[in-house]
Design a protein around this ligand. Structure first.
Ligand SMILES: Nc1ncnc2c1ncn2[C@@H]1O[C@H](COP(=O)(O)OP(=O)(O)OP(=O)(O)O)[C@@H](O)[C@H]1O
Length: 279
């Protein structure tokens, strides 16, 4: 049943939309422990997809599998219409350049300044004169709302929110089309998190990004995500809008989207429309 819902969602919503990432029947296991079992997922161009699921269900595993940091046992993953397994090295590099990644906690190199961190992907993939790389790094720094003097600071001199922004600037270094964000607002206070959400939405609009965001943050899900995919029972249990989540009959989905914390966020008419009882 859950499978059918997911497959039907993929078929019906996919019509006429540009699929930027598709995962088909993806299975990932560690020894005998199967974490993802025939998982299917589509991400469409220009959307912000929020990816949620209980702790330990495999959200990071899926992201790392998509990014080829973990092997999969079976299944197909296509990014921007291409399957990495069918590409040679130069083609893989070309595809990698169209992707940006913000790992949890930012994962900046502590011995490099913000500017140098942003320039890491430029050095890896491009052969640019130093002055141009400096100009580009400053552009990215402005783009993510950091002050110009952040360029020469080291990660240890930055606040949590600044680290996230610097890491986002690095993720945007090569002007990617698809950006992966692993819990981008974790560790930020509510105001910092809301500002970061707004930044992501603005960048999506201005740069035409597609965003795949793993998050536990209900505010992000309600405020900036166009669609949500819920990982459960080793696959995408349901994907769709907030309305679809509110209407989906599963104890975890109901507890998550209608629980105490969600009630303060769900727009009142949404809750009423779907019979939220305030339990
Ligand atoms: N390299 C690995 N070797 C063995 N097991 C692993 C490995 N990486 C992840 N796992 C297991 O896979 C499962 C899913 O882990 P994952 O980190 O993807 O969960 P998650 O949904 O991202 O959780 P959280 O929300 O807490 O970050 C866990 O049971 C974890 O122990």
């Amino acid at each position: 049943m859950a499978d059918r819902v997911n497959e039907q969602a993929i078929e019906s919503e996919g019509q006429g939309r540009d699929v930027v990432l598709s995962a088909r029947d993806v299975t990932v296991a560690f020894g005998s422990k199967v974490v993802l079992d025939n998982l299917n997922l589509n991400i469409y161009r220009g959307e912000i997809l929020g990816f949620v699921g209980a702790s330990g269900t495999g959200k990071s595993v899926l992201m790392r599998t998509v990014l080829r940091l973990l092997p999969r046992r079976s299944g197909t993953i296509k990014i921007l219409g291409q399957d990495f397994d069918e590409l040679d090295e130069p083609q893989r590099n070309a595809l990698d350049m169209r992707l940006g990644v913000l790992f949890q906690q930012g994962a900046l190199f502590s011995s490099l300044t913000v500017k140098e961190n942003i320039q890491v992907p430029m050095r890896e993939y491009l052969d640019l004169p130093r002055s141009l790389m400096d100009e580009l790094a400053h552009l990215k720094i402005r783009m993510v709302g950091l002050a110009a003097d952040a360029a020469d600071k080291y990660p240890s001199e930055l606040s949590g929110g600044m680290i996230k922004r610097a890491a986002l600037a690095r993720a945007l270094a090569l002007d990617p089309e698809l950006v992966f964000l692993d819990e981008p607002t974790s560790g930020l206070d509510p105001i910092g998190a809301a500002e970061f959400d707004e930044l992501i939405a603005n960048l999506r609009d201005s740069l035409g990004l597609t965003v795949y965001m793993v998050t536990h943050d209900l505010d992000s899900l309600f405020s900036v995500c166009d669609r949500i995919a819920v990982l459960g029972k080793k696959r995408v249990m349901v994907e769709g809008t907030i309305d679809d989540m509110l209407a989906y009959d599963d104890p975890w989905v109901q507890a998550y989207f209608r629980g105490k914390r969600a009630r303060s966020i769900v727009p009142q008419d949404e809750g009423a429309r779907h019979g939220s009882s305030g339990k």
